[in-house]
Design a protein around this ligand. Sequence first.
Ligand SMILES: C[S@@+](CC[C@H](N)C(=O)[O-])C[C@H]1O[C@@H](n2cnc3c(N)ncnc32)[C@H](O)[C@@H]1O
Length: 704
Amino acid sequence: MNENIENKRKAEENLDLDSNVSNKRSQIVELDTKGEELNSFVKVAKKKLNGKQLKFLKKNSKPEVISEIKSFYSELLELGIKDLKTLNQKVWFNSNAQEELEWCTNPPLTAAREYIVSKENVEKTETKTETKSDSTDIEKTKKPEPLKPAIVNLYVHKLLTNGLGLSTVETKEELLKLVKGGNKAWFYAVPFALPGEYVKAKVIDNSWGYSLCDLVDIVSNKSEKRIQPECKYFGKCSGCQLQMVDYKTQLEFKKEFVKSVFDLENPELMSSLKDCEFRDVVNNATKGFGYRTKITPHFEIFKWLPKSQTSIGFNYTNRREIMDIEECVIGTKSVNEGLSVARKNTMEKIEEYVRGATLLIRETNIVGDNDSKKAYVLSPKEEVEEIIPIVVAETTEPSQVNKVLNLLDDLSSSENKDSILKAKKLSEAAGFKVEIKNLRFKFLASSFFQNNNLILPKLVYHTNLLINQASEFRVLNGYKKITQLADVYCGAGLFGISMSYGFESVVGIEISKESIKNAVTNSALNNITNCSFSQGDATDIFAKIKPNHSKESTGSASENVIALKKNAKGASNSSYPKGSLLEDAITDPANKNVCLDPSTTAVIIDPPRKGSTEEFLKQLVDYGPAAIIYIACGVPAQARDLNYLIKQGFIVQEYPEDTSESNLSRPDDKTNKKAIYKISSVTPFDLFPQTYHVENVVALIRLN
Ligand SMILES: C[S@@+](CC[C@H](N)C(=O)[O-])C[C@H]1O[C@@H](n2cnc3c(N)ncnc32)[C@H](O)[C@@H]1O
């Protein structure tokens, strides 16, 4: 029997076996670690349980939640437990049932959740009390009593990809003995704890097979990597997770985070990537403070608390209660100036608020004739402006690339006005052409723009370099040079505009009307004439392209062009009907017809945290561009998307030696046109120092 069908059948059996506990509030089920099995299992479980028990893993669970759950179980495997099924390892769909906690070897003692003073709880109290007739007012204004939490002593095995320390009551060896003796493991997730440490922790909540804890104390084996955190709020505020270690260690952790997420999704692919392909985390050569250009502190109004005592800041770690924050060390200087003013303004009119609000503080530049000055704005509707020094250098020669990277390191620690002079000197001394352009980007304070400008020059340079390298590789293998760029999920045009100097034409697509307007204005602001922007869903960019490897298709890959045309005279040879998105949504001031031949086009995709869609990815490979650069802030979703391409056979591990027998073909081969890619590099970028977040750039080169 096919292994998948067998797994589904077993999952069904397990649910049947457990039906005697179905009256209880919690259902015990068996879980494997593989993504696909997990999905099919969830489908079966949902059907059986009518969806009501699937509190933590619904069909639409966020990829990061699924990844977190998978992390726990992959960790079990790493600890030496090779076969979860043989050991009958079980997990929980719903951990609220106290009585079933006994089922584990080491359940939290009382598993009580500390009562959290939050909007959610106040609302719950309100809902409850509304059904009661006369005690409503008393209940609403009473501060809820905290429950008694459990205290546990733990050993920390490793840091999870969300920055939490994966812990158990035993060391790895002791745990293995226990589990191999037929017992079940229980895990604890402890923030700010480091691998190898013994810690005391307070159980806050129970989740899928683990308890969420607060760190109380480090009992012994304090990690040598621990340092004094820079921020006085660190350890309580939920904003940063890694300030307890130095910056170099943070970068090492982040590389491991990305590796383990990729490994979970596709271990074979991970093992096939060479060290040189899986690169170190790129940073901006600072300690990683004072970088964030946007912060969003918030506050809530409670009936039991005098308004003058309202806290304005960020959530406490592990709870929805807000911590009063006067300064944020990862914010830029001007953002912190804005924070003081926003706090003062809010407290002055606090009596007017009934519920609470989120404040927006965003850096901007006031641009004069000869210079610019950093400032801040406090209104989401205001337009802000950022100036990003962009390096234009075509070289791919490694020693020259290193020189440019050094220049970029210097730049992040100096004023923008020095940069052009430095680039000129570098150009003269190194003997290759390098230019720096201080590009201006305007956008609404509330709309998307990256939040760390210090590293953006490197991110853009690197992305450009990857395309230049892909182009060289293609030329060496007998294909044409890459001359065109599609910037998908383009926001206010950061990548497309910054990289436009190296391409004949650039098109961008973006769903937000505001952002697309900004992208158009930004290209004009920087005197760029070869960029066109289109508003719509990313998938629409392929709406009219015939699959280039379908049976019906008889044309060559180069027939599958994206033609973006302005509704203008001379556009009559468009293959798209009048009124289609690609025909009329172009707001290109240069009034140009832009055709993107896949064999000479690179596509950048930079989707939101939830990743792209199968529909988009399928059409992307049908289109078959010469290179794809996938930039992601949601690494689990990126790994999922790449895995989809691997499973469809679009990504291969090695260039096949015998192309005559393989399904590879030249672009003008009319019989077989399936696009095949290789991952040429995986490079994490630290856009979010001190936090567990990381931006990951994956380059795919088309081999055929
Ligand atoms: C991570 S941001 C990247 C923006 C831009 N590349 C940059 O670096 O500034 C993702 C962008 O995708 C846009 N977006 C979200 N869903 C989309 C969709 N279905 N189609 C096109 N754009 C979308 C968002 O509005 C947002 O601007």
